[in-house]
Design a protein around this ligand. Structure first.
Ligand code: G3H
Ligand code: 13P
Ligand code: ZN
Length: 282
């Protein structure tokens, strides 16, 4: 069933577990996520980035997700990932998304607050939840030197003020994770995450979670309610396709080529659901 992001986040916060948010770009990725959620009896958040909407078209993404959610027995939310414009958010609300992220993290504090407030105003009356971001979660390619890195982290007092003034439903925080594959082992400021969680009741979100060691996730999941995974799905997908074509160089049937990729992504999703503690919670 398709439910508001708020419902999933609040249940996770109350139950002391985190829900995985997995990025989809096509039908096979969607089916891998949904089948995993059904088998693990886990709530799940589907999310589409602006790039995914450009690639597949918003009608396809919204339509596919609605069909999948209608058939499924577990709670499912559909989220816009890293939305950067008010117009994009409105479009997603009109197309039946049940959650949106407005990423104003590149804006000065007051401007970030203002755009989140504007989004909350249109989203909440439609029962659509709003995720915001404070601090900068860069990409691993950003090459920020260590001293500068801390300056991009979320300030706990600002996070509390931000959540209070914006009335957002979820807050993405910067504590050392980054999008994309990590070069070495990521060093997370888990103490900061804990402090943020004591200063505000808003459900927290961990982005860039692909490649973060399980031990760090087990600590983080005590303080966050949503954990984003994209890169590990991409790696599973492309490795399975490459392996299959190496072993079957004459195969031309897309169903046969993509079947193993779907199975590989499903295993990644299942493992994350167990690790995040959402398995068995639906
Ligand atoms: O946060 C970024 C997600 O991995 C989506 O990436 O913008 O390339 O679709 P994308
Ligand atoms: P990864 O690509 O590092 O898994 O991050 C995903 C993400 O944060 C999507 O918003
Ligand atoms: Zn992200």
């Amino acid at each position: 069933m398709l439910v508001s992001g708020r419902e999933i986040l609040q249940a996770a916060k109350k139950g002391g577990y985190a829900v995985g948010a997995f990025n989809l770009n096509n039908m096979e990725i969607l089916q891998a996520i949904i089948e995993a959620a059904e088998e693990e009896k886990s709530p799940v958040i589907l999310q589409a980035s602006q790039g995914a909407l450009k690639y597949a078209g918003i009608e396809y993404i919204a339509g596919l997700a609605r069909i999948a959610a209608e058939k499924a027995t577990v709670p499912i939310a559909l989220n816009l990932d890293h939305g950067t414009s008010f117009e994009q958010v409105v479009k997603c609300v009109r197309h039946g998304f049940t959650a949106v992220m407005i990423d104003g993290s590149q804006l000065p504090f007051e401007e970030n607050i203002a755009i989140v407030q504007k989004v909350v105003e249109v989203a909440h009356p439609n029962n659509v939840s709003v995720e915001a971001e404070l601090g900068k979660i860069g990409g691993v390619e950003d090459d920020i030197v260590v001293d500068e890195r801390e300056a991009t982290f979320t300030n706990p007092d600002e996070a509390a003020e931000f959540a209070e003034r914006t009335k957002c439903d979820a807050l993405a925080v910067a504590i050392g994770t980054a999008h994309g594959p990590y070069r070495g082992e990521p060093k997370l400021d888990l103490e900061r995450l804990k402090v943020i969680s004591t200063k505000t009741d808003v459900p927290l979100v961990l982005h860039g979670a692909s490649g973060v060691p399980d031990e760090a996730i087990k600590i983080a999941r005590q303080y966050v309610s949503k954990i984003n995974i994209d890169t590990e799905l991409r790696i599973a997908f492309s490795k399975a396709v490459a392996d299959f074509l190496r072993e079957n160089p004459n195969e031309i049937d897309p169903r046969k080529i993509l079947g193993p990729a779907k199975a590989a992504m499903k295993e990644v999703v299942r493992a994350k659901m167990r690790l995040f503690g959402s398995a068995g919670q639906a």
